[in-house]
Design a protein around this ligand. Structure first.
Ligand code: FPP
Length: 228
């Protein structure tokens, strides 16, 4: 039976278009990323109110290291500041922070900040904010397959149990902003049955109302999970 009119539990977003947002304003790219962090704050606040159990954001891919050194360092700086300055608000709003990807390979100061933030929000229950850092889906699947093989059985269930997102609800909706229509190595396994939603809105312009509109459309779509 097709399921209709249900609410999304887990939404993921490819936050694209910061650079173009800055260019349109004749600003440096870092200004676009700063505006992107502001959009993140608003969306995280809205996620709990919209009833989401999990929100996964693609903040830094394993391919983003190819960007100019200055931009990589700007992005890492913004990430660190975000983790430090927003932790109290997470705690107050019952938001649990989670990091997906190879974050332990990041600089030691970033790893230390993350460990502290994870410990401080571990008991929070309302919403999980999963930030993808140094993340690539193919790498995640390889790691999960290796772990499953180590336990003796490479089955879909065993691989799934070792994905970075194993403790989150199934992915319902994957959003990409800025008009690009591709997955860019994000949550490839989890997207198997997710609904996909593409919008021309550049990430810094994406608002809680845009998220609500995407969720509204999701609730109306019929999901068949391969059935009729
Ligand atoms: C894509 O825009 C965006 C990124 C590569 C980084 C996303 C990061 C943030 C929104 C800020 C930090 C995040 C958190 C969770 C604090 P782009 O630079 O590829 O834009 P363009 O395609 O227009 O050049």
């Amino acid at each position: 039976m097709p399921e209709t009119d249900h609410r999304a539990r887990h939404v993921a977003i490819i936050m694209d278009g910061n650079g173009r947002w800055a260019k349109k304003r004749h600003l440096p790219r870092v200004a676009g990323h700063r505006a992107g962090v502001e959009a993140v704050r608003k969306i995280v606040r809205a996620a709990g109110d919209l009833g989401l159990e999990a929100l996964t954001l693609y903040a830094f891919s394993s391919e983003n290291w190819k960007r100019p050194e200055e931009e990589v360092s700007d992005l890492m700086g913004l990430m660190k500041r975000f983790i430090v300055s927003d932790i109290d608000e997470f705690a107050a709003n019952d938001v649990r922070l989670k990091i997906v990807g190879n974050w332990r390979a990041l600089a030691p100061d970033v790893v230390a900040l993350i460990e502290d933030a994870l410990a401080r929000t571990a008991g929070n229950k309302r919403t999980t904010l999963a930030v993808a850092l140094n993340y690539g889906a193919q790498d995640e699947i390889v790691r999960a397959a290796r772990a499953a093989a180590g336990e003796g059985a490479i089955t879909a269930e065993a691989i799934e149990a070792h994905l970075d997102t194993a403790d989150l609800p199934p992915l319902d909706l994957l959003i990409r902003t800025s008009g690009e229509v591709r997955l860019s190595n994000f949550l490839l396994w989890q997207a198997a049955y997710a609904e996909l939603y593409f919008t021309d809105r550049l990430w810094p312009d994406f608002t809680p109302a845009d998220l609500a509109a995407a969720l509204d459309q999701f609730a109306r779509r019929e999901r068949r999970f391969g059935g009729l």
